[in-house]
Design a protein. Structure first.
Length: 152
């Protein structure tokens, strides 16, 4: 029974909205917080050096305070912030899908636990069909004014 709920897309959408609302509340209150998230869904730009990324566990805690907190925002369905990593403080912009956040923690206390089983949604790329290209070419050729573009 529980599996049918935590695997349900609507439940994941509800959890995402709860996560977004809580993060906005924390931003408004200017209250630092941590997020425990599934690292496999996190994107670093630029990518982190291997020696740094190898240290991350499958569930990783990021604490947003100071400069990192100041740079944090919600962009579409992601939490985005800038952070420094490793001894050299390697800078990277971190993008965490809201659905990949498992816990939000403030003052060492979990404020939210996300039980939804996040699965990255695959975006369907629209492909050009040859009919569209052929129809476009036919339209172009049917206009007598366009004949000047062809060799005689």
């Amino acid at each position: 029974m529980l599996d049918s709920i935590i695997e349900d897309k609507k439940f994941a959408d509800v959890m995402q909205k709860n996560i977004e609302n809580l993060l906005l509340y924390l931003f408004e209150r200017e209250h630092y917080f941590g997020i425990l998230c599934k690292i496999e869904h996190v994107v670093f730009e630029p990518p982190l050096p291997k020696e740094i990324s190898a240290e991350f566990r499958s569930m990783t805690l990021f604490f947003l305070a100071g400069y990192t907190f100041e740079t944090a925002s919600i962009v579409e369905d992601d939490l985005v912030f800038e952070a420094g990593f490793g001894a050299e403080n390697f800078g990277s912009i971190v993008t965490v899908p809201l659905k990949a956040i498992v816990q939000i923690i403030a003052d060492e206390t979990p404020l939210l636990i996300n039980l939804a089983n996040y699965k990255k949604e695959k975006k369907v790329a629209k492909s050009l069909d040859n009919g569209g290209v052929e129809n476009s070419m036919a339209s172009f050729l049917s206009n007598p004014e366009n004949s000047k573009f062809f060799k005689k």
